[in-house]
Design a protein around this ligand. Structure first.
Ligand code: PAF
Length: 284
């Protein structure tokens, strides 16, 4: 595995791979890897002949009061974790190289970026689409692989790729969970033991909503209310939002009569966690 730090060297290598007709599969991450990331890498290995993983804690997607400084970082640990997987390049640029002084161009989907997580994290998705767009221009992937846990992020990136004609495919992989159901996230390390137990409320509540839908409840607002109520029963949890949306457009759904996503964001102490389930009433 080659480690590349400088953006222009990454781009030179990607261009030369493209000239030689290699298919590149790319896994963008912010590092502090866990099994969820590793499952994305394994999927990337199946998709392309060359696998590139990036590790970059992107300052532009954190709000001023958010955890940019505290976000866990350990490049040596991450490189060790990737060693036994079939990763060809680990791209780990510095923030000053990706966002040098004077940087002033952004990519934004203002409407989708203002929904759901965007309500409590204004500017977050502009930061995500800008960095992901830049990474795509440095890595030239044929495939980029993301995790379903970040459902809104996946939807916005898919839309960006479509709207801006990036010649590539976005592949979304299922959320990987701890044995008790908690969705894996680099931010889980922030949870104290009580919060860690309380965090199970996300998956438990979402599973309950799946059961309600399975039993014939298709009313979007009722499902949303039931979800909020379930989270409300956990004293350590503070609901940010619960919403049933059209999986393709992120619009709130009155009736679950097409592919839908049930999305949840919950604060546990200082940590904000997200999770979701997909509903497919027609079973397609
Ligand atoms: O999902 C993440 O880890 C980040 O938002 C991403 C896509 C790597 C962009 O910084």
């Amino acid at each position: 595995m080659e480690i590349i730090r400088r953006p222009h060297l990454m781009q030179q290598m990607a261009l030369s791979l493209k000239r030689d007709k290699f298919k590149i599969a790319f896994v963008p991450t912010m590092g502090y890897l866990h099994s969820g990331h590793l499952s994305l890498v394994r999927r990337a290995n199946q998709l392309g002949q060359v696998t590139v993983v990036s590790i970059f804690v992107n300052p532009t997607q954190f709000g001023p009061e958010e955890d940019y400084e505290e976000y866990p970082r350990d490049l040596a640990r991450d490189a060790e974790m990737l060693k036994d997987l079939d990763v060809d390049v680990l791209f780990a640029p510095d923030a000053t190289d990706l966002f040098p002084e004077g940087f002033s161009t952004t990519i934004e989907n203002p409407s989708w970026g203002a929904l759901l997580c965007g309500r409590s994290r204004p500017g977050h998705f502009r930061g995500v689409t800008t960095v992901v767009g830049k990474l795509f221009h440095l890595v030239f992937p044929d495939f980029a692989v993301f995790g379903q846990k970040d459902f809104q992020q996946c939807a916005i990136i898919k839309r960006m790729v479509l709207d801006l004609n990036f010649p590539m495919e976005i592949v979304v992989c299922p959320t990987v969970r701890e044995s008790d159901g908690l969705a894996m996230s680099s931010r889980n390390v922030y949870l104290n033991p009580d919060e860690r137990k309380a965090a199970l409320v996300l998956h438990r509540s979402l599973q309950h909503i799946e059961t309600l839908v399975g039993n014939g409840e298709h009313h979007g607002e009722k499902l949303t209310q039931a979800l909020a109520e379930l989270v409300g029963r956990e004293p350590l949890a503070r609901l940010d939002y619960a919403q049933v949306v059209d999986a393709a457009t992120l619009e709130p759904l009155e009736k679950v009569d097409r592919k839908a996503a049930v999305l949840l964001a919950v604060h546990l102490g200082k940590t904000r966690l997200i999770d979701n389930v997909l509903l497919d009433p027609k079973g397609e």
